[in-house]
Write a protein of this length. Structure first.
Length: 557
């Protein structure tokens, strides 16, 4: 039922689109972009038409060749995919690779040969070919799936590129819709290929997987039709949303400025009043940012002239002659940072470019704030604590045992390591609380190893639970490997090791919770990379070390 509804709905929408675009294609027949678009839509409509049950059976009876619509549908899709590649390259104003012409002819030839020598029959079948009954049918379906998955990568790449480089919000929306549609097509063919192969080799797989592919096809087809909706119907809501987004980012930037410099005219306006006149509020917010920028530069210049201002990254902060409170020092540092960020955006630009520049800066500040909070909340001294408690509890042990061993872990490992970092930062031995310098981390690794060894000795003395011993051996092995990499190769992300190790532990005990913590580990990896504390290679090393060491230890237990 789902298959029939999806096929008929998508077919009707695509044929309506063919009729709508026919006049435009005739008027602009010299434009390859327009004609390739129309041919893609036409052959896609033919492909979907031959999949409808009534037409499928009717063509078979009319020609006397069983399953002939199967060949026509596949051939139509092969040609449609070819025109989608041509269309995507036309939009980028590039020529498509020449090899796709040969790829098209080869695929069509092979499909025809396989069909007439192994798939065609004297009996009329149904349109829902979701299982391969013979080797020839498996080969026939495999050719189409391989062709589709390989050829659709090209338009997906082009639409993704256009999506990221279009400046107009409407054009950006259209390219996003196209990218979503082509990704939907790739998912449909991937799901069907897995379903056909598993069913052919009698591997158990739920039948709902095929229905899922039809739902994805339906959603992708509707999204594709939305691409061709005239601009006047989608322009206003997109522009409205874009203005709200810019106003939000501008407000983020203004709040950062207001933390240092109080606004000349305080404005506390409710959200619904902001939406009543977006253009006016956008202008007022940009004007407030300009005023704040001027006052910030004056403030920084004043402090630089009056005080001996020391770079915040300097170790010897005691050399400041003037007795400023920590709040004032932080305020000056924050003001200096904002002035450096605002300086590249010149005030003599036209209003729209100025607004876009400040909005992008506000977006960057918001992403940086989000990354900071992710790094703080899922710190390697914080995240493993609840993970350890729930891992012991989910392994089947009483919660009181989980609480005792977790509390001992906090007292013996977490607290001493935290105090060690704070003391070294205070005395100037560590540059910051993240211990960003690889040489400084050597002391931290030694301290961590000592704490873990002491905790493990206590575990063996009091006959600790197997899950506790497994986690500690995994932690010890991870620290030894990470310390060796830090000493001889490069700095490695401790945040990533802590999060990925926690996810791996939970995945062994409760896979669902392991996946949840795995998503947290992904967010944490992005935050460490975005903040510039680690490179992608260092984060990837953290993933490899954590998964390998934890899996190895749990295999032994």
């Amino acid at each position: 039922m789902i298959t029939q509804v999806a096929d008929i709905t998508v077919t009707a929408l695509i044929w309506a689109l063919v009729a709508y675009r026919a006049k435009i294609a005739w008027q602009y027949k010299a434009d390859r972009r327009v004609t390739n678009t129309w041919f893609f839509v036409l052959f896609f409509a033919l492909c979907m038409t031959f999949h409808v049950d009534g037409i499928y059976v009717g063509v078979g009876r009319l020609t006397g060749i069983g399953n002939f619509s199967w060949l026509l549908a596949y051939a139509a899709w092969v040609v449609a995919a070819y025109f989608s590649v041509q269309w995507s390259y036309n939009l980028r104003k590039h020529d498509a690779p020449r090899w796709i012409d040969f790829y098209l002819l080869t695929s069509l030839s092979v499909l025809c040969v396989v069909f007439f020598f192994g798939v065609a029959s004297s009996t009329v079948d149904t349109a829902n070919h979701v299982e391969a009954g013979t080797n020839a049918q498996l080969l026939f379906m495999g050719i189409l799936y391989f062709y589709s998955l390989s050829i659709c990568i090209l338009p997906a790449r082009n639409f993704f590129y256009l999506w990221g480089h279009e400046k107009s919000p409407v054009a950006q929306f259209r390219m996003g819709i196209l990218f979503f549609s082509i990704i939907s097509a790739i998912l449909v063919f991937a799901i069907r290929a897995i379903f056909v192969i598993t069913r052919y080799f009698q591997i158990p797989i739920p039948a709902i997987i095929h229905n899922l592919s039809m739902i994805v096809l339906l959603v992708g087809g509707i999204a594709f039709v939305i691409f061709f909706v005239p601009g006047r119907f989608i322009f206003r809501p997109i522009v409205f949303v874009n203005k709200i987004r810019k106003l939000w980012y501008l407000t983020v930037l203004q709040r950062q400025i207001n933390r240092v410099i109080s606004p000349i005219i305080p404005r506390e306006i409710a959200l619904y009043k902001y939406l009543q006149n977006l253009d006016q509020n956008l202008f007022i917010t940009v004007k407030a940012i300009l005023d704040g920028k001027f006052l910030l530069s004056q403030c920084v210049q004043y402090f630089n002239e009056k005080f001996e201002y020391i770079n915040p990254s300097h170790n010897n902060t005691r050399s400041i002659e003037v007795d400023l409170s920590q709040w004032n020092r932080d305020r000056i540092q924050h003001a200096t940072k904002l002035v450096k960020l605002l300086e590249p955006i010149h005030d003599d630009k036209e209003y729209s470019r100025l607004m876009d520049g400040y909005a992008e800066l506000g977006k960057a500040i918001q992403k940086e704030t989000l990354a900071l909070w992710i790094s703080r909340i899922f710190h390697p001294f914080i995240l493993p604590v609840p993970v350890m408690f729930f891992a012991i509890y989910l392994a089947g042990f009483p919660w009181i045992d989980a609480a005792i061993w977790t509390s001992l872990f906090i007292v013996i490992v977490i607290v001493p390591s935290t105090l060690f970092i704070l003391w070294n930062v205070r005395t100037g031995r560590f540059s910051d609380r993240d211990v960003s310098d690889a040489k400084e981390r050597r002391q931290l690794y030694i301290m961590g190893l000592v704490c873990v060894v002491v905790y493990m000795a206590l575990c063996y003395f009091f006959y600790a639970l197997w899950i506790v011993l497994a986690m500690m051996w995994g932690l010890l092995l991870s620290q030894v490997v990470a310390a060796s990499i830090n000493r001889f190769v490069t700095k490695i992300s401790i945040h990533t090791i802590g999060a990925v190790g926690s996810a791996t532990i939970l995945f062994w005990i409760a896979p669902v919770w392991g996946l949840v913590v795995g998503l947290i580990a992904l967010a944490l990896s992005w935050s460490r990379t975005y903040l510039g504390h680690h490179s992608r290679q260092q984060v990837l090393l953290g993933w490899i070390v954590a998964i390998t060491c934890t899996t190895f230890v749990f295999q032994l237990f």
